[in-house]
Design a protein around this ligand. Sequence first.
Ligand SMILES: CC(C)(COP(=O)(O)OP(=O)(O)OC[C@H]1O[C@@H](n2cnc3c(N)ncnc32)[C@H](O)[C@@H]1OP(=O)(O)O)[C@@H](O)C(=O)NCCC(=O)NCCS
Length: 269
Amino acid sequence: MRIGKQDQAFTAIATSDADSITIRGQDLCRDLIGKIDFSEYFWLLVLGQRPSDKQRRILDACLVAIAEHGLVPSVQAARMTLAAGPDAWQGAMAAGLLGMGSVVAGSSETAGRYLAELLSAAEKQDVSLEDAARTSLEQLKAQRRKVPGLGHPQHSGGDPRADTLLALADSLEVSGPYVETLRTIARLAPDIMQRPLPINVSGAIPALVLDAGWPLEALKAVPLVARAAGLSAHLYEEAMRPIGFIMSHNADLAIAYDGETATSTDEAK
Ligand SMILES: CC(C)(COP(=O)(O)OP(=O)(O)OC[C@H]1O[C@@H](n2cnc3c(N)ncnc32)[C@H](O)[C@@H]1OP(=O)(O)O)[C@@H](O)C(=O)NCCC(=O)NCCS
């Protein structure tokens, strides 16, 4: 079995001894607790350096934008899990986070990778960003695949979170190649896909944080950390005023059984 070469037995994130805890080269109790806010700390943890003020504001805005959006599938999964197992908050939280995939809630990573692919294709093929985007969108159309970062089941006229995030990036002068790529696909997609396709929050988040310097490989962390906060609110509310079984019961009412009828004992003989 090949598991890949692992020849660097190091971690650069944290260490501790009997008297102190060091995080990314800073003393947790002396330098960080009470002196750094959570978005700044999140950036420091992941990247190993404190963010600039603009980087902190961009990450913070993205976390606020994606933390909560009502009774979406991942929230329903979490609340129904808590209703069935009130002693398992961590299980219910995990159930919610597990549902954050490439279709809704967790789709920032897919969209960010797509933006990066388009930028790299334009560079490698020595074509304009517009040409690389057009070629890619035409391929997606031919393969009947969806454009990551565009479209929304509810905000079909435009996702207000995306518009607010993009305006913030412009005002902070953080908008760079990723925001430009996102705007390019949003401009071309409606004609090629033959339907209105506004930028959604999961398109705006990766564009903003990648332009701010966040790594592509850690994109998934942004919606996951943010939704952990939203799920906390839902799990607390579920504990105080439960609706988990109402949702479960309504799913049962909404979905009809169309499987085979059980053979009666007489017929089976
Ligand atoms: C979010 C999403 C699931 C919402 O979809 P929806 O508006 O409910 O639309 P449906 O999935 O029912 O699709 C309706 C039609 O629009 C098309 N469509 C929807 N989003 C599309 C997209 N991003 N690119 C291309 N076509 C799209 C579908 O292919 C479908 O076409 P058809 O009628 O010819 O089969 C969808 O836009 C999507 O998958 N987007 C990409 C993933 C993403 O960015 N998710 C983050 C959401 S915040």
